[in-house]
Design a binder for this molecule. Structure first.
Ligand SMILES: CC(C)(COP(=O)(O)OP(=O)(O)OC[C@H]1O[C@@H](n2cnc3c(N)ncnc32)[C@H](O)[C@@H]1OP(=O)(O)O)[C@@H](O)C(=O)NCCC(=O)NCCS
Length: 146
């Protein structure tokens, strides 16, 4: 895998169907705090609102062909912290992309970040451990800068 060819860019309206597909994958649903399957139409309404939300930034990890590999969301909380959440396209899991996504997403970030991760989500727990998060409590990890 050549990470030099990979970039993180801001999400666009046309990313909505990819996000929908990744989000409805069984593993994503299992590790999400809302595990219900989501039909496309309400998802697209939610997606438009999500892109318009000034307290939220969503990024897409893409390869040199412009193919979407995964997404990272940053939500600004009232505490000033950023809550992070992420997913990798099912067909691209287990190739190191999740780690790259989070590393790129943290580059230049100055706010304290948190991530809520179910303890059984081993891959996400590994990602945050490798990237210097500490465990605040069960299921809550925090990152206070490089
Ligand atoms: C979690 C997720 C983003 C990981 O992405 P990924 O690209 O597969 O992760 P990586 O390949 O970078 O692997 C990260 C670490 O987890 C390990 N890992 C990957 N898949 C694993 C699995 N199924 N079981 C156990 N460990 C796993 C890797 O070995 C690596 O650890 P290492 O560096 O010690 O070898 C991806 O599985 C996913 O999208 N899951 C569904 C959505 C989700 O869980 N979102 C997070 C909610 S908080």
């Amino acid at each position: 895998m050549d990470s030099i060819q990979i970039r993180l860019r801001l999400a666009r309206p046309e990313d909505g169907p990819d996000i929908w597909r990744w989000r409805n994958d069984p593993l994503s649903r299992q590790y999400s705090f809302n595990s219900d399957p989501i039909p496309l139409e309400p998802h697209l309404v939610w997606w438009a609102a999500s892109l318009a939300n000034l307290k939220r930034r969503t990024y897409i990890l893409e390869n040199e062909l412009g193919e979407g590999l995964g997404s990272l969301r940053k939500d600004e909380l009232e505490t000033g912290e950023i809550e992070l959440s992420w997913m990798i396209a099912p067909e691209h899991r287990g190739k190191g992309y999740g780690t790259i996504l989070l590393r790129l997403g943290l580059a230049g970030e100055t706010a304290r970040c948190i991530a809520l991760i179910k303890p059984e989500n081993i891959a996400s727990c590994r990602m945050v451990e490798k990237l210097g998060f500490s465990k605040r409590e069960v299921g809550v990890y925090e990152w206070i800068g490089a």
